[in-house]
Design a protein around this ligand. Structure first.
Ligand SMILES: [Fe+2]
Length: 297
């Protein structure tokens, strides 16, 4: 039988373990850890000989204390050190969780983004939080968002239902992006309007070169055409809490189906980044902030 002293020692140990876990999940993992997650593969409908290294930075959600500007600058330096051909920014630039100690100005990411260096350039899309945080766009029911104008003022194209043709070593490919599928909030619970224009975006693709597509919310993959070689998404943050490949809370209509990682369904390839910041709650456990790297071809 356990002694009284033994019982209190056990209880103290349990409390200490709980406190350490909470400290780790609320401060260390979201605010200090950073990992690189690399996917190397040849997507379908790919051009032989085309080799591309793409770095994706998703959901930085800049706000103190978890993602101050100083941490974002270090993350961008780490992205540059990978020496990518292309850097893509997958939306949700400002922090909105419940424990923000200091909000940062809307131009924080656009103004700092020219620090990013990639052979073929830096391209961005917008996320749902960029839409929800723009009262003018919400009232009008359409963009362009202020953050888009700020990126463009820095020479960084925002692929808001747009496709551009790029080349590496003389071999062409398309980079396309669609807008958020939960862009406009309407009265009522979870009542959103999409501003993703898939047909309008795909109509800009005028030859057979492979397509790399950016869609902030991975749920859009269900509606995207098989013609796309690979789609990159963020938004879910891998659930922020993820154990044994399962997340209890995922902002998706499909639960864990598109929560994280490399998903292949019906010939479509989707990479869902675990993202960098936090939303709703500043907590991460088993899903450290990540720089996502694709080595294609
Ligand atoms: Fe999002």
């Amino acid at each position: 039988m356990i002694s009284r002293r033994g019982f209190f020692r056990w209880l103290g140990g349990l409390a200490l373990a709980g406190l350490s876990t909470a400290t780790y999940a609320l401060a260390i993992e979201p605010g200090f850890r950073l990992r690189q997650v690399t996917y190397s593969f040849t997507p379908p409908r790919w051009t032989p000989g085309l080799k591309l290294k793409v770095v994706a930075l998703a959901d930085p959600h800049l706000a103190e204390p978890i993602m101050p500007l100083s941490r974002w600058l270090k993350i961008m330096d780490a992205a540059n050190a990978i020496e990518p051909d292309l850097i893509v920014l997958l939306g949700d630039y400002l922090g909105t969780h419940r424990f923000v100690s200091k909000e940062l100005p809307i131009d924080s990411v656009p103004s700092s983004a020219p620090r990013l260096k990639a052979l073929l350039g830096v391209y961005a899309i917008t996320g749902n939080h960029d839409w929800w945080g723009d009262p003018v766009a919400q009232a009008a029911g359409h963009g362009p968002l202020e953050v888009q104008r700020l990126f463009e003022a820095q020479g960084i194209p925002v692929l808001e239902n747009k496709a551009v043709r790029l080349e590496k070593d003389g071999l062409p490919f398309w980079l396309s992006g669609t807008s958020s599928m939960v862009a406009i909030k309407r009265p009522g619970h979870s009542n959103f309007e999409s501003r993703a224009d898939i047909p309008g975006t795909m109509a800009q693709v005028t030859d057979d070169a492979p397509i790399i597509h950016m869609a902030h919310e991975p749920d859009l993959i269900v509606d995207l055409p098989e013609r796309i070689s690979v789609t990159l998404s963020g938004h879910t943050h891998g659930g922020q809490i993820r154990l044994f490949g399962w997340s209890p809370i995922v902002p998706s209509m499909y639960g864990n189906r598109f929560a994280y990682g490399h998903v292949i369904e019906e010939g479509k390839h989707l990479i869902v980044s675990g993202g960098l910041g936090c939303s709703i709650m500043p907590v991460r456990f088993g899903m450290p902030p990540e720089i996502t790297v694709l080595e294609l071809g």
